[in-house]
Design a protein around this ligand. Structure first.
Ligand code: HDE
Length: 741
């Protein structure tokens, strides 16, 4: 090797090595040392400028200079080290290899189910109402416990779209003083299967076909319907999927359910059985099927965006956590309903949901991967006062979740990741393993020991240890693969659910079954599912069969005699309007005062006005367009206000109602026409201010339910405050009368 080195540009010739602190330097520029970061407070901001609350050092970003993973400062991360400017890259380039190699391993295996999700931090505050039935400290009056929630779809992969027809996960990690409690639930109160051993079957059937990996994030295919029509215990959960519950408007408007029956242990040791319910303060609200289809194209991140935007805007989503409480009797039954069967619910009319506390989601994650992706839930994470039952689905989950994290998070030390770390002190005697980040002390990681002073000690009874409830097992129990006779009832509650819905909701169920079965290629599968539908409701089976052009087959069994549960319907109640999005569509000539009144009025009412103008930029006075006609989508709106006339702008999208625009140049911009017509079709309130009434006239909407013309912006606000608490203008949905009572 030659001892002679080429001169470094911008430096004088050969010099004696200096021992002084080097200063970063770009060729030809005077050196400028960046200021050290201020680590005293929140140092990072979200894309919209909100502080995230995370400090730089904790985010492994404590140095203003770019460094290697080992903290060595780097002068150039744009060029690999080469043998000459046009020569080959050298193996010696440690920085290149470290950067590329880390990138190569940036992905971890996605969750086999619930791969796509969105997370948020928050707080749970107890009401103190559960003191007599559980010793769990998390429910104590005004006790505040930090939580992290992850919502998810089940079937789709991580990059799929939010509005798939699917079950939603609703998993909550409570970082309690007594250890971490995970309530890993869904937005549907029952499950597809009764026994954990069937989980791989239902998931394999619902996932894309193994030959072509089609379709993504959908149940509308042969293998899914093949399985659920054969394994009919899945029928109850499936009808929930086919209802509006399968396409929620927002994570903020979903109920959550623990699904299984759990056991509460009171301070005096007495026990009761409970079912957990999360009730959204904003009410349960779904989209229409057409909205779901459009949304998946317009904004596949619709639910993620909605959650993050609401939190960032300060419209913190809230849920009340409640329980249905049952006597812990030998049969584990309540009024003939088997509490150990996870395909059964207990109607709220028979056992009211009693509130225990309230959860508020008030902070977005700082980093999706570190928090939302790496969070690891486990239904076996229980705290003193909450225990499991013999539900055979829950029993299998107690094994599965720990096991899955070993491969997903690469070893046994995932509880040390910041998002999974308990807030209660830990001394677990688990040692070593992949990715061990703790530096354990002492020499005796075993019990009993004398070398470490006997530490750590077992907790005495008065120190609130976790005690497994000593539930008696059947005196004459034999080892058996089987289930209780009550588990053979597969249809009665599917019927109960269907009969509890309003006519509009039943129509949606019939349409969803028709759509999904029409996507199946095998007629035998369609006919088999029709047999199941006939056991649920003869009218439902007939409506779907007609849509498919098939005859109704004999029912799988005679429909049961059941009492509906009105609480299961989403329609007929009213809810707060907080955070609902109202599109304010303006034309080229907008009245500044009317617009200002509307914007202010909706803000004051806690709603979110979105100004939609022919193009971006200033609109009138202080008001700036948030959407242009080109970028606005009706699906992101809960109601529309048209302020003034909206003649076609010169750049109206090609091909979109182009003929109508060409024939009638003074009428409505085709993009506004599409937006208003969709909003109307999806039963959203539509209000026109002043000349905006011409838009309603042109589109033939004047005089229809939930469509109003008013004088000014303030009047528009007043009208929507009246119309929106019901979520939609339900009477506008067409019904056939075939499914009415
Ligand atoms: Fe899960 N489930 N599950 N599940 N589940 C997973 O765990 C499993 C079941 C639920 O946001 C996996 O960490 C089995 C019922 C949610 O990270 C996996 C059985 C309910 C989430 C797993 C069930 C759920 C999961 C995949 C039948 C509602 C997402 C990755 C015995 C009460 C949690 C992971 C998150 C995730 C197994 C049934 C809810 C593979 C074996 C019933 C919300 O371990």
């Amino acid at each position: 090797m030659s001892a002679k080195q080429p001169p470094i540009p911008g430096t004088p010739g050969p010099q004696t090595p200096s021992l002084e602190e080097p200063t970063p330097q770009t060729a030809g520029e005077a050196p400028v040392a960046p200021a050290a970061p201020d680590q005293s407070g929140p140092a990072t901001v979200s894309p919209t400028g909100q502080a995230t609350g995370a400090d730089q050092a904790a985010m492994a970003q404590g140095c203003p200079y770019l460094t290697t993973a080992h903290g060595v400062r780097l002068a150039d991360s744009d060029h690999s080290l080469k043998a000459g400017r046009r020569g080959p890259t050298l193996l010696q380039d440690h920085h290149l290899r470290e950067k590329i190699s880390h990138f190569d391993h940036e992905r971890i295996p996605e969750r086999v189910v619930h791969a796509r999700g969105a997370g948020a931090h928050g707080v749970f505050r107890g009401y103190g109402t559960a003191a007599k039935i559980t010793q769990a400290g998390v429910f104590a009056k005004d006790k505040e416990t930090p939580v992290f929630v992850r919502f998810s779809t089940v079937l789709g992969s991580r990059g799929s779209a939010d509005l798939a027809r699917d079950t939603r996960g609703f998993a909550t990690k409570f970082y309690t003083d007594e250890g971490t409690w995970d309530l890993v639930g869904n937005n549907i109160p029952v499950f597809f299967i009764q026994d954990a051993i069937k989980f791989p079957d239902v998931v394999h059937a619902a996932k894309p076909h193994p030959d072509r990996e089609i379709p993504q994030a959908q149940s509308a295919h042969d293998t899914f319907w093949d399985f659920v029509s054969l394994h009919t215990e899945a029928q109850h959960h499936t009808i929930w999927n086919m209802s509006d519950r399968g396409i929620p408007r927002s994570y903020r408007t979903m109920e959550g359910f623990g699904v299984h029956t759990f056991r509460f242990i009171a301070p005096d040791g007495t026990t009761s059985l409970v079912k957990f319910h999360w009730k959204p303060v904003l009410g349960v609200h779904s989209v229409t099927w057409e909205e779901a289809l459009v949304t998946n194209g317009e904004d596949p991140d619709f639910h993620r965006r909605d959650l993050a935007d609401a939190i960032e805007a300060g419209a913190f989503p809230e849920w009340e956590l409640g329980v249905q409480v049952f006597e812990d009797n030998e049969e584990q039954m309540f009024q003939g309903i088997d509490l150990l069967d996870p395909t059964k619910l207990v109607p709220e009319e028979l056992a009211p949901v009693q509130p225990l506390g309230r959860m508020t989601l008030n902070a977005n994650p700082s980093n999706y991967f570190a928090e939302t992706e790496q969070v690891a839930f486990n239904p076996a994470n229980l705290v003193p006062g909450i225990d499991v039952t013999n539900d055979p689905l829950l029993q299998g989950r107690l094994f599965s979740y720990l096991d899955t994290q070993l491969s997903r998070l690469g070893g046994p030390n995932w509880t040390q990741l910041p998002i999974n770390r308990p807030h209660a002190p830990v001394n677990d005697m688990l040692r070593d393993g992949m990715h061990q980040t703790a530096v354990h002390r002492g020499v005796a990681p075993y019990r009993p020991n004398s070398l470490d002073g006997g530490m750590p000690f077992e907790t005495p009874a008065d120190g609130r240890p976790f005690i497994d409830h000593p539930q008696p097992i059947e005196a004459s129990a034999e080892k058996v693969r089987g289930h209780a006779a009550s588990f053979d009832d597969h249809f009665s509650q599917a019927r109960l659910f269907f009969l509890s819905l309003s006519e509009v909701e039943r129509e949606h169920v019939a349409q969803a079954y028709t759509f999904e079965l029409a996507k199946c290629y095998e007629e035998t599968i369609r006919v088999r599912q029709l047999r199941a539908l006939a056991a649920i409701d003869a009218r439902l089976a007939k409506t779907v069969a007609d849509g498919l052009g098939l005859e109704v087959p004999e029912p799988a069994e005679a429909p049961a005699d059941v009492q509906p549960s009105p609480a299961l319907s989403q329609i007929g109640k009213t809810w707060p309007v907080d955070g609902r999005q109202v599109g304010l569509v303006v034309g080229p000539q907008v009245d500044e005062k009317e617009l200002g009144d509307a914007v202010q009025g909706f803000h004051d009412a806690g709603m979110v006005p979105l100004v939609i103008a022919p193009k971006g930029g200033p609109v009138a006075g202080e008001v700036v367009a948030q959407r242009a006609y080109l970028t606005a989508a009706s699906v992101e709106l809960d109601a529309v206000v048209v302020l003034g006339a909206t003649p076609p702008a010169p750049d109206a999208r090609h091909g979109l109602d182009a003929k109508a625009a060409a024939d009638d140049r003074d009428a409505v911009d085709p993009r506004v026409a599409k937006l208003v017509q969709e909003a109307w079709r999806h039963a959203k309130a539509v209000v026109a201010v002043g000349e905006g009434a011409t838009v309603l006239d042109e589109l033939g909407l004047t005089g229809t339910p939930g469509v109003l013309a008013v004088d000014g912006g303030a009047a528009a606000v007043a009208q929507l405050k009246e119309l929106m608490p019901a979520h939609r203008v339900w009477e506008r949905f067409p019904t056939t009368g075939r499914l009415a009572d």
